[in-house]
Design a protein around this ligand. Structure first.
Ligand code: 3HC
Ligand code: NAI
Length: 694
């Protein structure tokens, strides 16, 4: 069946696009639009044309899957030009989302009509691109430079009423049927003999050039490291300075630069990876799920409170159980003040806050969890306590309830062994603050049932998280890879770098902050406690770094005590501290390390290659099913720069042969203990493949 059909509705020619799921502008659609246009223009009985779509949405953009392939005629820009040049009025009838190339098609039409629930936007920037089919030249001519900048640089869509106010759509229909409304509108255009308006015929938009500089400044922090937002500004600037035909050429130049950039490849990888993580290999699509209408949380501390908020935010009633009244009161008060802050910022109404608080029931009795559909345990990180809690849950909870643990380091299988229903037990590793961080590592135990996995994966989305399925191991995916990065960062400092140098290298790479600023934020005592707990079982022959422990022993725990690796005058901004520099230099001397100059390149390689090697081991062991799962964990949990696509995608872009050569170089220098390459990495290099091929 053709992707676009022409139907005659009296004197109106109706083009119906049908290319599920989102009517992307694949080759067939472009060809179909072109053919229908030729036919409609030749047919004297047709006085006006309506372009509308079947299915859930108007055209949602170019077909992203075609980007890597050789372009096939007709090109989108040619189709768009033909539509605009049409000698009969063409009307876009929009429902769902007119995005990217979809909105660009609509902008080439002479009139635009939208149903009330529709949205229009140019989200190319999120894929590392800019609107490359005239959007950067037509939108400013239609809606003004400021609206165009706002939409194109943020990528955020506008709802139909707002788009109408901005002049982007001529009319918002009364009902939700785009075809009926489009035809009615077209008949009006014909009967009123309305003049065709071609946006390309309008002169450049007069604008004070300072607007562009100001806009660039305003996004400088948010868009740090990204190429596309700045190219978007340049393209819109061309609409203000150049005639249409030259502006279009400039748009094309900038678009092609982005299209060929590693950033666009990375951001498109992330777009698809975000959708792929929800599909668990080996778990059939039709796996049944259990109904989750009520939840229970155990522990109202840092994590329990945040997790309870996630459920309340999703409208799911949640009972939160604590051991002691004062801890319960404190926990509920923290939740209330978190909501109150959101109300103060105007992002939540007082009624909504009360509604959400009303969904949270405090309790001191675990028996109150007897009828809930899922329990998430967030008590202290100690195996004996967790096993005791799970033993009791086994007695209390109804059959079929899912029993989850938020442990960050403990063995989920051992926790499950405290119950007679290990098939119902799973890890749900939230990140702090749990009500804010999007990542959820869902940990599958050896005996977890398929329907439990499917339910928890679906539930993740419902409570606003990106759920990634991982297996049981120390630190799961994220923290397990964080450990070697932290280790190398600490070694580098005792070998000669300073914390601020290490942090700057990783910040410049694109992380929101470096490892030491992050450690200060999380609290240095967290890592300290873990290191001390493992001291007894540590191999004494392995190199270890203890200078951070010395800082903790000075009661400098990080931001919360006003000083840690750095000093904090305003409570938030790290300031390098000469006292710590002295401590580090003295420490190097004490361990007999002659300090040397360390290059930024060595810092980056050692921190990142150590992580990538660990990621390869994680893949090899099946802890993560695909490299894209690891990428999403790092992007959503640790702020890995989106424009680098995640650690494993980044490794593929660097070239695995180069990564392996780097690892071998450090192995020669530092020995096998930490630098033995993963056999998987070696095999992939031998086969000339990347992680993405797995
Ligand atoms: N090209 C190819 N496939 C696309 C696509 C596109 N533009 N947009 C969505 N898809 C696919 C998704 O990958 C997904 O496939 P899957 O089922 O195999 O995983 C399927 O369509 C459904 O997508 P979602 O799961 O995201 O469905 P939602 O209903 O949640 O969202 C949407 C729909 C709002 C349209 C969302 O998919 C979206 O934001 N898509 C991207 C839109 C976009 O970025 N357009 C600009 C493209 S670039 C461009 O136009 C360049 C031009 O200027 C030259
Ligand atoms: P926390 O110390 O802030 O809170 C734990 C709470 O559990 C306390 O309020 C305590 O009174 C309560 N509690 C202890 N035993 C209980 C019992 N038997 N019944 C009911 N309540 C009990 O600890 P936090 O930070 O919230 O950690 C909880 C869990 O989440 C741990 O397993 C931790 O490893 C994990 N986690 C913590 C993260 C963090 O950044 N804090 C991140 C991810 C996971």
């Amino acid at each position: 069946m053709s992707a676009v059909t022409l139907k005659r509705e009296g004197e109106i020619g109706l083009f119906l696009v049908n290319n599920p799921p989102v009517n992307a502008l694949s080759h067939g659609v472009r060809e179909g639009l072109q053919d229908c246009l030729t036919e409609a223009l030749e047919d004297d009985a047709i006085k006006a044309i309506v372009i509308a779509c079947e299915g859930r949405t108007f055209i949602a953009g170019a077909d992203i899957r075609e980007f890597g392939q050789p372009p096939k005629e007709p090109h989108l820009t040619d189709v768009i030009e033909s539509i605009e040049a049409a000698t009969k009025p063409v009307i876009a009838a929009i429902h769902g989302t007119a995005l990217g190339g979809g909105l660009e098609v609509a902008l080439a039409c002479h009139f635009r009509l939208a149903v009330p629930s529709a949205k229009v936007g140019l989200p190319e920037v999120k894929l590392g691109l800019l609107p490359g089919a005239g959007g950067t030249q037509r939108l400013p001519r239609l809606a003004g430079v400021e609206t165009a900048l706002q939409m194109i640089v943020s990528g955020e869509p506008l709802p139909a009423p707002k788009a109408h106010e901005a002049g982007i759509v001529d009319e918002v229909a009364e009902a939700e049927d785009p075809v009926a409304a489009g035809i009615e509108f077209a008949r009006k255009v014909v009967s009123e003999n309305r003049e065709i308006r071609r946006l390309s015929g309008l002169p450049p938009v007069v604008t004070d050039p300072a607007v562009f500089d100001q806009f660039e400044k305003a996004i400088a922090h948010r868009a740090r490291g990204f190429l596309a937002p700045f190219h978007c500004i340049k393209a819109v600037r061309a609409a203000a300075e150049l005639p249409f035909s030259e502006g279009i050429e400039r748009e094309r130049e900038l678009f092609v630069e982005l299209l060929l950039s590693p950033q666009a490849a990375a951001q498109q990888h992330v777009f698809f990876a975000e959708r792929q993580v929800a599909r668990v290999p080996g778990l059939p699509k039709d796996t049944p799920t259990r109904e989750i209408n009520t939840a229970g949380i155990i522990g109202a501390g840092t994590m329990g409170g945040g997790i309870a908020m996630c459920f309340a935010n999703a409208g799911i009633p949640v009972t939160i159980v604590e051991a002691k009244q004062d801890a319960l009161d404190r926990g509920i008060e923290t939740i209330r003040s978190n909501y109150a802050r959101t109300v103060d910022k105007g992002r939540l109404s007082r009624e909504q806050m009360e509604q959400r608080m009303g969904l949270i029931t405090p309790s001191l009795k675990m028996e109150d969890l007897s009828s809930v559909d899922i329990v998430i345990e967030a008590v202290f990180e100690a195996m004996d306590i967790k096993k005791d809690v799970f033993g009791r849950l086994d007695e209390i909870c109804k059959e079929g309830a899912i029993l989850a643990t938020n442990t960050s380091t403990l063995d989920v299988n051992e926790i499950a062994s405290a119950t007679k229903r290990p098939q119902d037990v799973m890890g749900m590793h939230f990140f702090s603050p749990a009500n804010v961080m999007k990542l959820l590592e869902n940990v599958r135990g050896d005996r977890t049932a398929d329907d439990v996995v499917a339910t928890v994966m679906a539930l993740s989305k419902k409570i606003g998280k990106v759920g990634v399925l991982v297996g049981v191991c120390d630190g799961f995916v994220g923290n397990r890879m964080l450990a070697p990065r932290g280790r190398e960062a600490a070694f580098l400092v005792e070998e000669g770098a300073l914390p601020q140098q290490v942090d700057k290298v990783l910040y410049d790479f694109g992380f929101p902050m470096g490892p030491f600023a992050m450690a200060d934020l999380a609290g240095l005592d967290v890592g300290y406690r873990i290191r001390k707990a493992r001291e007894a079982t540590r191999d004494p022959n392995l190199r270890d770094s203890t200078w951070l422990d010395k800082i903790v022993e000075m009661d400098r725990l990080g931001q919360k005590t006003g000083a840690g690796v750095y000093r904090y005058e305003d409570g938030r901004t790290p300031i390098p501290d000469p006292e710590i520099e002295q401590l580090i230099v003295a420490h190097s001397k004490e361990i007999g390390m002659e300090r040397r100059d360390i290059s930024d390149e060595e810092i980056l390689e050692r921190c990142l290659y150590a992580m990538i090697n660990e990621g390869a081991k994680i893949l090899e062991e099946g802890i993560a099913a695909r490299s894209l799962d690891i990428d999403i964990v790092w992007i959503y949990g640790y702020g890995f720069p989106v424009y680098r696509g995640g650690p494993m995608f980044y490794a593929d872009q660097v070239g695995l042969d180069k990564v392996l050569a780097g690892i071998e170089k450090y192995r020669r220098r530092f020995g096998d203990d930490f630098w033995t390459p993963s056999p998987l990495l070696e095999r992939l290099v031998k086969e000339g493949k990347g992680f993405g091929s797995l």
